[in-house]
Design a protein around this ligand. Structure first.
Ligand SMILES: Nc1ncnc2c1ncn2[C@@H]1O[C@H](COP(=O)(O)OP(=O)(O)O)[C@@H](O)[C@H]1O
Ligand SMILES: [Mg+2]
Length: 360
């Protein structure tokens, strides 16, 4: 099942380690995104897989065969870049045919395969146009078609939508995703946009500083982030630091300022008297009547953003961000209660500390 294996991959530029020994397995037909801030090593990882960069240490296997030392043209990959890198003096059809001509594919077969690839990326009626006569989205589809026409085993895309405007970017997300599923091609997609990674991928690989922080399904990365850094990168995260009142077989009893309590189900370990750090996403906190609420607060700021309302709430647990429905009418300055769903609070790894400070 495993198509790509990255084993303890190190890439150094002089003394700087851009990749610090990353390991990752990718299955046949899987769509995996590499997500992380600029400079974390996403493109370097892709270039090592493609063979455009020589690796410093570790191995890369395709279908269990070590391809670490192979030339890019012998690796059975197709690649799409942010800058479409189309040949301006060639038509759409000629751009697509180029890679096949280089590989000395017979003329009749080239014609067939180009026709098929143009159909895949929905550019058949633009076959005779030059790139400058196409929109940005169409040009990116030419780049995609050019990568697919060689029928590679693995498709690599490096921020392919970064140059498109927001609306077109959304359309192209769906287009690439559907096409990938239809063709069933193993895909590695680089982006710094968490929405893009989460909406498109089977699995999201979150990277910081040349290392993988978490590789998991989008739901898991969002709801169960491995670290606070991941929690904050993939969305808005409220971090609550609460004292543990008791730890029992049914769960952990936490005390809220003002006397409220939360019973955290499961086995998150926290000794009585220690502090536990928990993540709550803004849409997982509800604004309720202040009387008898788990936690009290006051609305500091309220922003209408179309689909929902964003509240910045001052509480004794610090400022919290809450998303509420537009049907709700709570004004700035108003006292509110906050309600948490204990089932969905996520204890942060390494977040268990003592009252005198976070333990090692
Ligand atoms: N050719 C290069 N020479 C020296 N340093 C490089 C080179 N390419 C990338 N780097 C460094 O490696 C790190 C990772 O870069 P890159 O993989 O491009 O990041 P990302 O794609 O995640 O934005 C950065 O610190 C970058 O400056
Ligand atoms: Mg990059």
């Amino acid at each position: 099942m495993t198509e790509v294996s990255i084993l303890s991959l190190v890439k150094s530029y002089g003394k700087a380690e851009a990749l610090k020994g990353i390991s990752l397995n990718i299955d046949h037909g899987e769509f995996v995104s590499l997500l992380g801030p600029s400079g974390c090593g996403k493109s370097t990882t892709l270039k090592c897989i493609a063979g455009f960069e020589e690796i410093t240490d570790g191995k890369i296997l395709f279908d269990n065969k070590d391809i670490s030392r192979k030339l890019p043209e012998d690796r059975d990959i197709g690649m799409v870049f942010q800058s479409y890198a189309l040949f301006p003096h060639m038509t759409v059809a000629q751009n697509l045919a180029f890679g096949l001509e280089m590989r000395r594919v017979p003329r009749a077969e080239i014609k067939q395969r180009v026709a098929r690839a143009m159909d895949m990326v929905q550019l058949t009626k633009y076959a005779d146009r030059y790139p400058k006569m196409l929109s940005g989205g169409q040009q990116q589809r030419v780049a995609l078609g050019r990568a697919l026409v060689i029928e590679p085993a693995i498709l690599l895309l490096d921020e392919p939508l970064a140059n498109l405007d927001a609306k077109l970017r959304d359309e192209m997300r769906g287009f690439i995703r559907d096409l990938q599923k239809r063709v069933g091609i193993t895909t590695i997609y680089v982006t710094h946009d968490q929405d893009e990674a989460m909406t498109m991928s089977d699995r999201v690989v979150v990277m910081f500083n040349g290392a993988i922080a978490q590789a998991a399904r989008p739901e898991d990365v969002y709801n169960h982030p491995a670290t606070e850094e991941v929690a904050k990168f993939v969305g808005n995260a409220n971090i609550l630091e609460l004292p543990v009142a008791a730890q029992g077989a049914e769960g952990t009893l936490l005390t809220l300022p003002g006397g409220g309590t939360l019973n955290l189900p499961g086995t998150a370990s926290g000794q009585a008297g220690s502090l536990m750090r928990l993540m709550a996403r803004p849409e997982q906190i509800a604004l309720v009547d202040p009387s008898g609420a788990q936690l009290g607060g006051r609305i500091a700021k309220r922003y209408f953003s179309g689909g929902h309302i964003e509240y910045h709430v001052d509480t004794d647990c610090g400022p919290l961000l809450v998303l509420g429905p537009t049907s709700q009418t709570v004004a700035e300055g108003q006292a509110v209660g906050l309600s948490f769903d204990a089932q969905r609070l996520w204890p942060m790894q390494g977040g268990v500390g003592t009252a005198s400070g976070v333990a090692a």
